[in-house]
Design a protein around this ligand. Structure first.
Ligand SMILES: Cc1cc2nc3c(=O)[nH]c(=O)nc-3n(C[C@H](O)[C@H](O)[C@H](O)COP(=O)(O)OP(=O)(O)OC[C@H]3O[C@@H](n4cnc5c(N)ncnc54)[C@H](O)[C@@H]3O)c2cc1C
Length: 591
């Protein structure tokens, strides 16, 4: 049975030593003192390891089952969901007006991490509900908010997001699901949606589907898409549940991972739907919540790598194979533990330095979302828009890479289901695909976000790095191991940006390099996070922190990232500079 222990100390380090949350001038942040966040994070960790983690393998092996139109979640999910609701975990950052606790999003993110690490498939039921809450909160009418939000906040009702259809995923302009107006202002929704996460299940009294559809007679393509609320059970005026709506689950998909989450084909047969926001502005409504949703998926990527890493470390300490080339470490035993070998160390350091950097990057993103929303800070909004495809694309690519790297530590045992390592790799894989496949994240970054507001936000990012380096270059230890590598990587990134600008009239050159650019930027972001974390750890040591091993480990881990991971930017730049000629050289027929 795999293990999971919430890394509460690391989470606290990011919240306080790095982000200094309780010192920020963001409404709600003044309550985030160490004692409070520690209590929340410790308790979340306990729920994660004691309630959710034991159900991770159960969910994987049992999966969801559909019988006579009813979808059953795996054994224990219903009880665990009730515990999550009772503990108020589903409502942390929701508006108190609708029953939420009104905590900052960064706190919600810190509590979510252990849940996602412990059981990603399970946590998606509340994750999707949070997405539906956010869409209605941002774009719904007062009546819609009063009707749906209190129940979504508590997860008495859960939510779904319905975009994908059999013939369209990325290109939503091809959508066929149609909406025909009724006399009372509602719409008849007809069509089929596929791959709908948490589309049908047995853990809530009602399911509120948010559905994209085209109103008949509206503009062609993506400009004609509107957003609708389609409840499984219609809601009476007094809030009680009414008639069953014309929406049903056609089947649940057999898939590679996240078996505990029901992935459904949803059929809409003249189902009653209620327009959210303006007609034909459905994509705008969806995009409002994209930053949050994509940050949540990025978190899934590194959270799976974290779980896999914890197990790989335990195995590497336990498994005896070969001898330390510098002298036996376990002379009384038949062999030394795997962890003595440099190549195993390399692998574990890759995982560790990624996960800790990714956590910092993700919480920083959540902090920017708070600043954007709570302080109406347009610069923070621009910066998180720029970072969103990087958080989603880079962290999920690397999350999968390191989940499989952890599997490698187990040798053949990693490939055998009994050890549980294959589940981390299988579960992590989907995060690279849904919520916009990673290739499309790279397109978004290079095609849209770099030029957003005249390139203002990417320039602000470069300036932020420059200022940090300038302010700290007097610190010799930081300068040599952290600031100089960061400077070099940032220079690579700027050179790539320059290449794209110079090739503005040759889109294939830019787009052939977009994936490399996304990874390059991911490395620079993690490099920046590590430089900042190293500075924070050095300061803690100077100030006499008692846990010296913790802070020294942080600095050593960061040093590894800067020395062994960050130089990848040079390779990505070299690839980008070759343009699109070699990429596009073959005729389609020659593949
Ligand atoms: C388990 C699971 C759960 C899901 N949950 C949901 C859900 O809850 N709600 C929902 O609506 N959808 C959901 N999806 C659907 C998911 O979001 C889509 O599968 C995804 O967006 C990609 O769409 P597609 O599969 O149609 O691939 P396509 O759009 O056909 O893309 C195929 C490949 O081509 C690439 N590509 C496409 N267009 C371009 C382009 N212009 N330039 C370069 N490359 C391009 C993509 O990156 C991708 O790699 C889920 C999918 C799965 C498997």
């Amino acid at each position: 049975m795999p293990i999971y222990n919430a890394p509460t100390k690391d989470i606290q380090f990011v919240l306080h030593d790095l982000l200094k949350v309780s010192e920020q001038d963001i409404p709600g942040f003044e309550d985030l003192d160490r004692d409070f966040t520690s209590a929340v994070v410790e308790e979340a960790g306990k729920v994660a390891s004691e309630v959710l983690h034991p159900l991770n393998v159960v969910g994987d092996t049992e999966g969801c089952v559909m019988e006579n139109g009813v979808v059953r979640t795996p054994t224990g999910f219903k009880d665990a969901f009730q515990q999550m609701k009772d503990g108020g975990w589903t409502a942390m950052d929701c508006d108190p007006e609708y029953g939420g606790q009104g905590l900052p999003y960064v706190m919600h993110t810190a509590a979510q991490e252990p849940f996602v690490s412990a059981n990603m498939a399970f946590n998606m039921y509340q994750g999707l509900t949070h997405g539906a809450y956010s869409a209605i909160y941002a774009h719904g009418s007062d009546e819609q908010k009063q009707t749906y939000l209190p129940k979504l906040t508590t997860c008495e009702w859960t939510g779904t997001m319905n975009l994908t259809e059999p013939h369209c995923g990325t290109d939503l302009g091809l959508m066929r699901t149609k909406a025909v107006p009724n006399d009372d202002g509602s719409f008849k929704i007809s069509g089929q949606k596929i791959f709908i996460s948490a589309g049908e299940h047995d853990m809530a009294d009602n399911i509120i589907h948010l559905v994209l559809a085209k109103i008949q007679g509206g503009p062609e393509g993506i400009k004609g898409v509107s957003l609708f609320i389609v409840p499984k059970f219609l809601v009476n005026d007094d809030g009680s549940l009414g008639a069953r709506n014309g929406v049903s689950c056609g089947k649940i998909e057999e898939k590679m991972g996240i078996h505990g989450n029901s992935t459904c084909v949803m059929n809409y047969d003249e189902a009653t739907g209620f327009l959210v926001g303006e007609e034909h502005k459905g994509m705008r409504a969806m995009f409002t919540m994209m930053n949050e949703a994509r940050l949540g998926v990025g978190l899934q990527g590194y959270a799976q790598a974290e779980s896999a890493y914890q197990n790989a470390v335990a195995y590497a300490n336990d498994r005896l194979q070969g001898r330390d080339v510098t002298g036996a470490k376990n002379p009384d035993g038949p062999a030394d533990p795997l962890i003595v070998h440099p190549d195993i160390r390399r692998n574990l350091m890759d995982q560790k330095s990624f996960v800790e950097g990714a956590r910092a990057f993700t919480y920083w993103g959540a902090y920017l979302i708070d600043r954007a929303h709570k302080n109406q800070d347009a610069d923070a909004d621009g910066l998180i828009s720029l970072m969103t495809p990087v958080i989603k694309g880079f962290l999920t690519d690397k999350g999968f890479e390191y989940a499989t790297a952890a599997q490698q530590v187990y040798g053949g045992h990693g490939y055998i289901e009994e050890w549980g390592m294959s589940q981390y790799a299988r579960d992590a894989r989907i995060a690279m695909i849904y919520e916009g496949a990673n290739g499309v994240q790279a397109l978004d970054l290079v095609g849209r976000k770099l030029a957003l507001d005249g390139g203002k936000h990417v320039m602000a990012f470069f300036e932020m790095i420059k200022t940090f380096i300038k302010e700290n270059e007097g610190n010799e230890a930081l300068n040599k191991d952290f600031l100089m590598p960061l400077k070099a990587a940032s220079k690579d990134l700027q050179a790539a940006g320059m290449y794209f600008m110079q090739n503005a009239t040759k889109p294939n050159n830019a787009l052939s390099g977009s994936y490399d650019f996304m990874h390059m930027m991911g490395h620079v972001c993690l490099g920046l996070m590590w430089a900042r974390m190293a500075k924070a750890a050095m300061e803690a040591l100077e100030n006499g922190a008692s846990d010296t091993a913790f802070y020294e480990t942080k600095i050593a881990t960061g040093r590894y990232y800067m020395a062994r991971q960050l130089p990848a930017t040079a390779m990505h730049l070299a690839r980008i500079n070759t343009g699109g000629d070699t990429v596009m050289a073959l005729e389609a027929a020659n593949f």
